[in-house]
Ligand binder design. Structure first.
Ligand code: ASP
Length: 316
């Protein structure tokens, strides 16, 4: 899928851009020959901030095709900026029972200490491991295995960037061996839409004393839903409340996710305008234990499958 793992300098520039193909990535790690018999394909070669819902849907179809072809698992290389979103989109669209591993790099292959080679080797070791079939899509990075729902990029440059705040990694890859400690007890799968999901669900983040300008603009676009990243356990400041009421009156679902990096939205703690009980009374849907950008994917895929937003949350 591109990303830093595939990025090298092209003629005349010091900066890098995604260009290496899957075959070149595989050839760059000779140790892979003793791990698995590998077939490859290139979906696209782009920076991950340009990855679309249509790309994620096409990837889900390709993963299903690979499963039908009888391979043991798949490894997807991807830019790190949005790898956690593609991982979660696959968790929404692809059933368990098959190893799906995503990986990438923070340092491109031309830099000292490039991490892509080690990450790729660990990713293939994990994908070939029978336990992976039970975990849903995982991210393998920096020798750690992370579940799609919880993993997030936590630092803009460090190779140790990926973390699952509030839960931790579910396993690791050490000395060429895969250790899985935990199996996610939930299942994120909703189903695979026939057509690519249309991303008509704006994500709005709160901050102290913001006004309702962005929220009102979002409502005017007549979206399928609005996802708000609220303070703490899912709170909205008073200037947003009228706009939230307007959205709900117009039949636009409003989903509230936490702005903080870990934890779930509250449902029965605070009673004051803008707090969770007030918002729920107004018709706001608490997202549960999921970050705003992943709640947005959930509502987009759910709507593409004909599901009401209220049936998709709160995520347990
Ligand atoms: N900008 C890159 C991307 O997400 C960053 C990376 O891959 O690490 O495509």
């Amino acid at each position: 899928m591109g990303g830093t793992i595939s990025s090298v300098a092209t003629a005349g520039t010091a900066e890098v851009s995604p260009s290496l193909k899957a075959e070149q990535l595989i050839e760059s790690v000779p140790e892979l020959a003793s791990v698995a018999s590998i077939e490859w394909g290139d979906m696209t070669t782009i920076a991950s901030f340009a990855v679309t819902l249509a790309d994620m849907h096409e990837l889900a179809l390709a993963v299903e095709q690979a499963r039908a072809d009888g391979v043991d698992g798949v490894v997807i290389t991807h830019g790190t900026d949005t790898i956690e979103e593609t991982a979660y989109a696959l968790a929404l669209m692809v059933p368990r029972g098959f190893g799906i591993v995503l990986t990438g790099a923070m340092r491109n292959p031309m830099l000292p200490g490039a991490d892509g080679h080690g990450n790729l080797l660990a990713a293939f070791l994990a994908a070939a491991h029978p336990t992976l079939a039970h975990l849903g899509p995982v991210l393998v990075f920096n020798d750690e295995i992370h579940a799609a729902r919880f993993v997030s990029k936590s630092h803009s440059t460090r190779p140790s960037t990926f973390a699952s705040a509030g839960s931790g990694p579910i396993g690791e890859v050490i000395e060429g061996r895969v250790y899985v400690w935990f199996t996610p007890a939930y299942d994120d799968e909703l189903g695979l839409p026939d057509a690519p999901p249309v991303p008509r669900a704006p994500l709005i983040k709160v901050a102290s004393e913001i006004d309702d300008l962005v929220l009102r603009a979002a409502i005017e676009s007549r979206p399928d839903a609005v996802v708000i990243e609220g303070f703490g356990g899912g709170h909205a400041l008073p200037p947003l409340l009228d706009a939230i009421d307007d959205a709900i009156a117009r039949g636009i679902p409003v989903v509230m996710a936490p702005r903080v990096f870990a934890g779930r939205t509250l449902e029965r703690t605070y009673r004051i305008p803008g707090a969770e009980t007030d918002l729920i009374d107004r018709g706001v849907i608490p997202a549960g234990h999921i970050a705003g950008h992943k709640a947005r994917l959930r509502v987009i895929v759910g709507r593409a499958l004909g599901r009401e937003a209220s049936s998709l949350f709160p995520v347990l």
